[in-house]
Design a protein around this ligand. Structure first.
Ligand code: C5P
Length: 294
């Protein structure tokens, strides 16, 4: 067991809707967000070793390698969990970690948060830590507001600053195209450009399990960060236009951008749309993916 490699998926997070409903005294914004996770994502591998290390592979490895080690959420997650274990009198072994970086950075898909969450799940198993879910979630939240939801990685509604999570079951089946014009967007900058910090709340009682009704619900909802993100990065509008031209059931920006998503009934129609958008925009990141778990 000791030297076996363990793998953990780090699925992309897609905010199907994101309402900003207020702001706390510490500057963090209060949100309501309907979130799903996709089969497409990063992948973390880990193995007990004689010293700590992290290597990065995959299409976005170069971009990630330029980040300072101190800013790397995988290293932060490893150190946070090792320190938590130490606080309980447990000294953990060094680990060799590898991240296959398939998600663009700073892209509204929660890639860094997904990597940190996958690292926590992986190291809990690798170190055989007897840590409660509540302690793991608290460790995750100290690393970033989106990391608890990425720990869960199932359809959910997030409230608070993103840390109050309600599972959503019975979502209809669909596939997504995700497109990003490869402009990095700073989340704090987009939040700071919001014209109103206090916007209408979600108004539903239940999430419909019929796709048409579900899409009609999404159309009533918003991503309040979309307008300030387009102001900062006008290419996001082009990206939304390209998705719209593929005639999806629905399309919108995810998170603070610049990634945008489009909903299709099945993977074949999503893949066809993806191929044509990619052909017309060879410099963009475009992928078609089912939801995780479908
Ligand atoms: O928590 P995380 O590091 O992912 O957040 C990045 C930045 O996004 C925060 O420093 C904050 O400026 C902004 N943010 C916010 N309200 C949230 C989540 C993030 O203002 N609920």
């Amino acid at each position: 067991m000791a030297n076996n490699v363990i793998f953990e998926d780090a699925p992309a997070k897609v905010n199907l809707a994101l309402h900003v409903t207020g702001q706390r005294d510490d500057g963090y914004h209060l949100l309501e967000s309907l979130v799903v996770f996709t089969q497409y994502g990063d992948r973390i591998a880990g193995q007990i070793s004689d010293k700590d290390s992290l290597s990065i592979t995959g299409p976005f490895a170069n971009e990630m390698n330029t980040c300072a080690a101190d800013d790397n959420l995988i290293i932060k997650a490893r150190n946070a969990l090792a320190n938590f274990a130490l606080s309980k009198g447990i000294t953990v072994s060094p680990v060799s970690l590898t991240c296959e970086k398939n998600l663009p950075l700073a892209s509204g898909l929660g890639g860094g948060s997904a990597d940190a969450a996958a690292t926590l799940r992986l190291l809990k198993k690798l170190w055989q830590l007897n840590i409660t879910d509540a302690d793991l979630i608290a460790t995750a939240l100290k690393l970033g507001a989106d990391i608890p939801m990425c720990l869960q990685s199932t359809p959910l509604i997030a409230k608070g600053i993103g840390d109050e999570i309600e599972e959503v079951s019975g979502l209809p089946q669909f596939s997504l195209v995700i497109a990003n014009p490869l402009v990095e967007v700073s989340t704090p900058e987009i939040f700071s450009k919001l014209k109103s910090k206090s916007n209408p709340h979600f108004d539903h009682a239940e999430i419909p399990n019929n796709l048409d009704a579900f899409v009609a619900l999404l159309a009533r909802y918003r991503n309040d960060l979309q307008s300030p993100a387009i102001e900062t990065a006008p290419k996001i509008a082009q990206c939304l236009d390209a998705l719209s031209s593929a005639e999806p059931l629905f399309h919108r920006m995810s998170g603070s951008g610049a990634s945008c998503f489009a909903i299709f009934e099945d993977l074949t129609s999503a893949q066809n749309a993806c191929d044509s958008i990619k052909q017309q925009n060879p410099d963009w990141f475009v992928t078609a993916t089912p939801l995780k778990g479908s």
